[in-house]
Design a protein. Sequence first.
Length: 276
Amino acid sequence: MLISSFAVTGNHSSVARGFKPRKSLGQNFLISKDIAVIEAKYAKGMTVLELGPGTGILTRELCKSAKHVIAVEKDARLADAIKTSLKEENLKIIEADFFSVDFSKFEGIDIMVSNIPYNLSSKLIYWLSGMNIPALICMQKEFAEHMIAKPGTRNYSKLSVVSSLSFNVHRVRDVPAGNFYPKPRVDSTIVYLVPKHSQIGSEALAMISLIMNHKKKRLRNAIVDSSKELGLTKSEARKISEGLKDADSRPFQLEPEQILEIATQFKGLCKLRTSI
């Protein structure tokens, strides 16, 4: 079902109910103009990228505030509806899987502003960590709490480590579930991510993941328990772990920078061991 020109300018709750949400795409449509206005302010005068514009409530506000808007929508129904309803000259709608688009073809993107499907949260954070652009993202509240979790707390995880190494994360505000249709079972949180312009190599990232999968064990034991994933025998893993700094520490108590240092050191020790 396509929305008419009334769709983006009328009652947003009614508009959203005009579509059958697709669970496979994690669709929950924002219906609060107030939230959209708050989000759009972050893109004032900029070239902004939006993932999943949905019914276009945020897209319209972005067009008012930003210099250029690039909105990527995978759902053909929604992409066609926004193309019909929003004729702003500073808007480009791309119908595609967001992660398949070559954004290098576009003039410099200054910021991302999006209400993202919950099921894309992790993938997007790792994508953003390599893009070095700021982002204002509305995401599941629990996910945001993992992003900002500190060492020694229950929510401290791989996501916390990578987020801290890649961004300065600012919690803007919580967004109650009633601001979306269909109403999700959980609340959301808007976070503002400022890149630190640091690059985490794929090998170091994989090592951080292994370490944090065993975050409450001593580091030396976490390495041994990960020997199969590392392509090592337990004996080899044990010997390498003995050379690690903080080998007797528990990862969930270490700062993100310490964990990255360990991951980098481990990579070096593995190469050394291989050459012997």
